[in-house]
Design a protein around this ligand. Structure first.
Ligand code: NI
Length: 145
């Protein structure tokens, strides 16, 4: 996936900046289908995505203490994912306040890892958990404490 905004902006209209971007056409098709399904136009959806990106990532660049949750969906039959996730969590007892495990169905598990700690440590933990082989989806929701 590549998304690259270039610097050619047209700010003729008061309060509106225009820009062009290069994206994977398959991604653009998916994006347009989703925006249409949700009843947005492309500009409104891009604005929402930009705001979410800023809100979701602002904590990463600021340092200090953060709090939040790392949510993971995985199939516990796949490889040693359960053991790997447990191992990672045992290496981060200083940052993890609670872990809730929900057996969703025969295969799938949902794990919500509540965290509190220094930005860089949380970033490392979130990266390790979400990139663990066997994790199908992950969502990192971190807030500035
Ligand atoms: Ni389970």
């Amino acid at each position: 996936m590549t998304a690259k905004a270039d610097s050619s902006r047209d700010e003729d209209r008061q309060g509106v900046a225009r820009f062009s971007a290069s994206v994977d056409p398959v991604l653009l098709k998916e994006f347009d289908e989703m925006t249409e399904r949700l009843g947005y136009n492309r500009s409104t959806a891009i604005v929402a995505a930009m705001r979410n990106f800023i809100t979701d990532r602002v904590w990463e660049g600021e340092g200090g203490e953060v709090v939040g949750a790392i949510t993971l969906l995985y199939d516990h039959h796949r490889g040693d994912v359960t053991e790997a996730l447990t191992e990672i969590q045992h290496d981060h007892t200083g940052e993890i306040t609670t872990t809730t495990h929900i057996h969703l169905d025969h295969n799938n598990c949902l794990e919500i890892v509540a965290v509190r700690g220094e930005t860089q440590r949380i970033k490392i933990l979130a990266e390790k958990l979400s990139s663990c082989r066997g994790v199908k989806q992950s969502k990192i929701a971190i807030l500035k404490n």
